[in-house]
Design a protein around this ligand. Structure first.
Ligand code: SIN
Length: 500
């Protein structure tokens, strides 16, 4: 085992939430270590965020109301207030002034922003850079934290487990290049992103195995709303590879058509293509069952000029976008996660969480478009501040020796395939109690098999598999325990008839 290290604040994760926590912790005088298992910026979900980042324009109350309406009334109004009230200052301070993100403009000045529209928003309020907003934000953020004298960035470095002592978290075991060592921290901030690896088709990058949620849950932290898994309705999927077609394209007027060429969304919701995401995802799934394919008809939009990056991505994949882009729902975002308060504090002392792995309550049962970067930024900044002020408390810990780092590739592959199949079949867009019960049985057995290996080995891929199996069980259990169909948790009768 390598020598132990100490730091004031240990941030685990290198997306927008982790970078924001590192920035604000360092601004408040902390010495920060940011560990990310990402090898490249593309390994973080932030990189792939297309639509943009919503802010309050003239009517913050309406923004809050849109968040609540999109969540089918389940979003926590106090959390929504925190998001809306802090949105503009956070975006101005960090994204516009510090990082100088080149948001698209509509007029002559740098600040005459070209606000975009997305589903379930009452007005145009999305700041964006083409449809590659996350890429521009993350490139600049990573460069900033890399250059910061008080932030030590360790990439290709995974957190395997939290170090706990009498109900408080003292840091984490980190792993890089097969070596494992303890890092003691005054505070540990989890910002590990989503759970896309639990599903066969996801817009998340590979490696989204719910690490922070699993580590926190195993350490005894509270989690909430784990059943609310959001599926994005318009994703091009080929051989398991995904290309998200941003909601901004529908915001500009693109139309969904079934295989018969019929526009179907008005029959499902009066807001048609701009209905909340869960509604559109279910409709797309149904229409694919009824007719075969569903296409996004981009002919009402100046697609080539307004979305040049997406057009290029389509052409690179040989998609004839002028004839309509074939789309289907794919896993996109987890609305639940590790329970935190308005400063990112979890139920365990010295443990914090921000971004997708955290449950702030803002999203309730269904997230409003273009609020995930914003939540990561706002809560990341607040969490980083709150995490400052405690000295690390090193202690004697057992070595996590590399007793046998080798793991047959086929073991992890086979378990992941089974896990994804179960999640997709039984814990996907539509669920029913009997299938959820079945999923629980399979997932419990699978976790048992993985655990028996995890006790003797420390390879990163095994920990990812362990984390995925822990989180899959949390999702399935929460879904089985919630008998109310709401937002992304959609219960159906096993033999429900298809929509007329
Ligand atoms: C999109 O561009 O459609 C995704 C935006 C989001 O998930 O908020």
């Amino acid at each position: 085992m390598k020598e132990q290290e100490s730091t004031d604040v240990l941030v685990v994760g290198g997306g927008i939430a982790g970078c924001a926590a590192a920035l604000s912790g360092a601004r408040d005088g902390a010495d920060v270590t940011l560990a990310t298992k990402a090898r490249r910026p593309e390994d973080a979900s932030t990189w792939w965020a297309q639509g943009g980042i919503a802010i309050s324009r003239d009517d913050p109350e309406q923004f809050k109301q849109d968040i609540i309406d999109a969540s089918a009334g389940t979003a926590d109004p106090d959390a929504a207030d925190v998001l809306v009230e802090n949105a503009n200052d956070a975006v101005r301070d960090v994204l516009v002034e510090t990082l100088e993100v080149p948001f698209d403009t509509a007029g002559d000045t740098d600040e005459d922003f070209d606000f975009g529209r997305e589903a379930a928003h009452d007005e145009d309020r999305i700041l964006h850079v083409d449809a590659s907003t996350g890429t521009y934000v993350l490139e600049r953020f990573l460069a900033f934290v890399d250059d910061h004298p008080d932030i030590r960035v360790r990439d290709d470095t995974a957190a395997l487990d939290l170090i706990t002592h009498e109900g408080e978290v003292r840091g984490a075991y980190l792993e890089s290049d097969g070596e494992v060592w303890p890092v003691f921290a005054g505070a540990t901030v989890l910002a590990t992103g989503g759970i896309g690896d639990l599903y066969p088709a996801s817009t998340n990058p590979t490696g989204s195995t719910g690490d922070g949620i699993a580590m926190a849950a195993l350490a005894g932290a509270d989690v909430a709303d784990m059943e609310f898994v959001q599926f994005h309705p318009t994703v091009y999927v080929e051989d398991g590879e995904t290309l998200l077609i941003s909601e901004a394209v529908r915001g500009e007027g693109a139309i969904l058509r079934n295989d018969y060429g019929e526009r179907f969304m008005p029959a499902y919701d009066e807001a048609a293509e701009l209905a909340p995401r869960d509604v559109v995802a279910r409709a797309v799934k149904r229409e694919r069952q009824l007719s075969g394919e569903v296409y996004l008809d981009v002919s009402p939009v100046d697609f080539a000029d307004r979305f040049p990056d997406l057009r290029e991505q389509c052409e690179r994949r040989g998609i004839d976008w002028e004839s309509g882009i074939p789309v289907q729902p794919a896993q996109h975002f987890l609305c639940g996660g590790v329970t935190v308060d308005d400063r990112g504090r979890t139920s365990l002392d010295r443990l914090y969480a921000a971004g997708e792995c955290a449950h702030t309550g803002v999203h309730g049962a269904n997230r409003l478009a273009s609020t995930s970067l914003l939540e990561g930024l706002v809560w990341g900044l607040r969490t980083g501040q709150a995490a400052v002020g405690r000295d690390p408390a090193p202690m004697d810990v057992p070595a996590l020796d590399d007793r046998d780092p080798s793991l047959p590739d086929s073991f992890a592959r086979e378990k992941f395939t089974r896990l994804r199949r179960v999640m997709n079949e039984y814990v996907g867009i539509e669920r029913n109690p009997a299938e959820l019960d079945r999923a629980l049985g399979v997932l419990r057995r699978l976790k048992g098999e993985v655990d028996s290996y995890a006790r003797t080995r420390t390879s990163r891929s095994l920990y990812e598999l362990r984390n995925a199996s822990v989180v899959a069980l949390l999702v399935a259990r929460a879904a089985a325990e919630n008998d109310e169909s709401v937002g992304t948790h959609n219960l159906i009768e096993p033999d429900a008839p298809l929509a007329e």
